[in-house]
Design a protein around this ligand. Structure first.
Ligand SMILES: Cc1cc2nc3c(=O)[nH]c(=O)nc-3n(C[C@H](O)[C@H](O)[C@H](O)COP(=O)(O)O)c2cc1C
Length: 481
């Protein structure tokens, strides 16, 4: 069972030495974000840590960032699994969703502000790209609902604080939150919306999963937690929200009310475009007593948002390929941790069963996800080892024969400058599938036999040469030598 609250997770993370408390008072308008930027830009991934800013100037509420996605190890702590078991945990959660439990009393509603008492400045909402963002932004889970089906959706949509009582979420056409909003506004109705801050980690991760429209992230989060997520009715809008979250912000989208949103530093490494988006009138802020504020560090990769999205969506994709699309031939999926896990590079390991099977799987991945590049390799390649994948590309991939280009792709996430023209914000993009599986039997590897290699390993130890851990790449190769 994974952690029931964000606090349980932070305690576990601290015990592993993966959380740092910073007691010096910080200015939320630049210091937490700028420090987190230094960490992701300069500290090796395995040494990154969650940041807990205990003293925020002008606020009683601490700010936590980078904890859920400090690195793969922190992400594994959040799911309470070993690093090697992350994909398996997602496959299991997606195959065994658990419906939420409705509760009457909730931690997230211990303190309630509505009407004239609503003030967004009561929360320490950070500025994430100081000096360049238009102002503070919420980078957390957003809840919307389909009017017709009543099914809720959760996604993270960057959300600009406009003033004390209104915000502008980046609900872009094509995204599920936008689709949900239309089910209300097309009928002239006011759409409910809410933000969930510092929920149980599984809720955070399920929120960034690319699930089919109509799939309820909360049930997948329950599957991951091994127990139902407690949900409570929001105070002022017709939505259910995670009861064990620290803070909830509730609001309404009135049909036709829009304003300009941005600029905001984006995961593609540039300042994202400014566009017209719906305005939300905030109707309530509720929280537990002495709450913690959580915001994701995103912007220039690597970052927390790229880490959590890549790791989550790799597991979800593996489940879909194996169990929804009839491809048990696929054994593993990795999404590179450098481009938001969205328009990024997915590497698929599989055992092809018939001619062009690997190309078919590559095309499926391209069609079912926002991934821009797909590389398919045999299951004798460690897909998390860059040098092993490069070797497969060099020795098994013949570009003219093994490339599939997919044209006329609309990317609803218009943050990627490579698919924009200088003058228009969103142009059509394309995708590529590189089939780097073996097409012929190329013979045995140019390594001594396994027997000789194992004897040499004993010799290595006997001589007292520096110790090493055998990487998966070496194991896979030596086993076949
Ligand atoms: C910090 C952060 C900010 C994000 N901002 C946006 C955004 O502004 N717009 C967007 O479409 N996706 C954004 N995403 C990605 C979505 O949350 C993610 O793709 C999610 O699956 C979308 O949910 P949906 O498919 O239900 O719409 C962001 C993710 C993170 C972690």
């Amino acid at each position: 069972m994974t952690h029931k609250t964000m606090r349980d997770f932070l305690t576990a993370l601290e015990k592993k030495g993966l959380l740092r408390r910073i007691s010096r008072p910080v200015d939320r308008t630049w210091e937490p974000a700028a420090l987190a930027k230094w960490m992701y830009q300069a500290v090796p991934a395995e040494k990154c840590f969650g940041m807990y800013f205990e003293n925020v100037k002008g606020s009683d509420i601490p700010i936590v960032t980078a904890a859920l996605g400090a690195n793969t190890a922190a992400y594994a702590v959040a799911l309470d699994v070993e690093i090697d078991d992350i994909n398996a945990a997602w496959v299991k959660a997606c195959r065994n969703p658990i419906k939420p439990k409705i509760v009457d009393k909730a931690m997230c509603q211990e303190v309630v502000f509505t009407g004239k008492d609503v003030r967004l400045s009561s929360l320490p909402i950070p500025v994430w790209t100081p000096g360049k963002d238009v102002g503070p932004y919420l980078t957390t889970n957003t809840v919307t609902k389909d009017f017709d089906t009543g099914i809720q959706n959760m996604g993270v949509y960057r959300t600009m604080v406009r003033d004390e009582t209104s915000v502008i979420p980046n609900l872009a056409p094509g995204r599920q939150g936008h689709q949900n909003m239309l089910t209300w506004s097309d009928k002239g109705k006011v759409a409910p919306i809410a933000w969930v801050i510092a929920a149980p980690p599984a809720v955070h991760f399920a929120t960034v999963a690319n699930l089919p429209y109509g799939a309820d992230e909360i049930e997948i989060a329950g599957g991951m937690m091994g127990q139902p997520v407690n949900m409570v009715k929001a105070k002022t809008v017709d939505l259910m929200v995670p009861a064990d979250a620290e803070i909830i912000i509730e609001g309404e989208i009135h049909p036709g009310e829009t304003d300009m949103e941005g600029p905001f530093g984006e995961f593609a490494g540039y300042m994202g475009p400014i566009d017209r988006r719906p305005v939300v009138r905030i109707t309530a802020i509720t929280h537990r007593k002495n709450p913690i504020f959580y915001g994701y560090t995103s912007q220039m990769p690597p970052s927390e948002s790229t880490t959590i999205q890549s790791l989550t969506n790799a597991g979800v994709m593996l489940k879909m390929l194996r169990y929804d699309l009839g491809e048990p031939s696929v054994s593993d999926v990795f999404i590179d941790l450098t481009f938001g896990g969205l328009l990024a590079h997915a590497i698929i390991a599989m055992k092809p069963g018939y001619p062009a099977h690997s190309k078919k799987v590559g095309r499926l991945v391209a069609a079912m996800s926002p991934i821009k590049r797909v590389t398919v390799v045999d299951d004798d390649v460690d897909i998390r080892d860059h040098s092993h994948v490069e070797w497969a590309m060099n020795s098994r991939y013949n570009p003219a024969r093994d490339t599939v280009l997919i044209d006329d792709v609309y990317f609803p996430i218009n943050m990627d400058p490579s698919v924009r023209s200088q003058t228009s914000q969103s142009t059509m993009g394309s995708k590529v599938v590189c089939d780097a599986t073996q097409k012929i039997d190329a013979g045995t590897f140019s390594l001594p036999s396994k027997e000789i290699m194992m004897k040499a390993l004993e010799l290595w130890k006997e001589i007292g040469l520096p110790e090493f851990e055998i990487p998966k790449r070496a194991k896979l190769r030596i086993d076949r030598s």
